[in-house]
Write a protein that binds this ligand. Structure first.
Ligand code: CA
Ligand code: CA
Ligand code: CA
Length: 161
């Protein structure tokens, strides 16, 4: 009887596919914000060199607080992307960096990134824990406005430059 070779060939093909997959590992999945994070006291930690995804949703005027530690002399870049990461995003992001007091605005940006997206550069002069707030421009601009849509997704990236 002729030997049937199909199963071994199929296995070879499968292992070739698996090898191809391991050659091109996917980038690490971004972390996800953890609500409630509406105040400095409940800020989510973000490490320099990482990315977090979140959404401005779940309440009429959602604000997301993040915090990171930086040394004096750190040169950082902060970006908040919406449609360039997810074409279905409806968010026009607005970002602020707050001093370690959790209140005083050090830097802010609306649209310096692509389209309506936010991007800012930060030179840290004093070591400490700094805060980042992400919300929608609509909420920032009008204290009466609400902007609560599940499609208000964003990705926050904190990087050295
Ligand atoms: Ca949120
Ligand atoms: Ca929030
Ligand atoms: Ca914007």
């Amino acid at each position: 009887m002729p030997t049937k070779f199909t199963p071994p060939l199929l296995l070879l093909a499968l292992s070739a596919v698996l090898a191809a997959c391991t050659d091109t590992p996917a980038p690490p999945a971004p972390g996800i914000e953890s609500e409630p994070n509406d105040r400095a006291a409940t800020a989510n930690a973000i490490a320099i060199g990482t990315t977090l995804s979140g959404r401005v949703a779940g309440q009429p005027r959602d604000v997301d607080y993040f915090k990171f530690s930086a040394e004096a002399g750190a040169q950082l870049k902060l970006t908040v992307r919406s449609v360039s990461v997810n074409s279905g995003s409806t968010l026009d992001p607005y970002v602020e960096v707050l001093l370690p007091d959790g209140f005083t605005v050090l830097e802010h940006d609306d649209d310096s990134g692509a389209g309506l997206e936010s991007e800012l550069r930060l030179n840290v002069t004093r070591p400490g824990t700094y805060y980042v707030t992400v919300t929608s421009f609509r909420i920032h601009d009008d204290e009466q406005a609400s902007d609560d849509r599940e499609s208000n997704t964003y990705q926050l990236a904190l990087a050295r430059r």
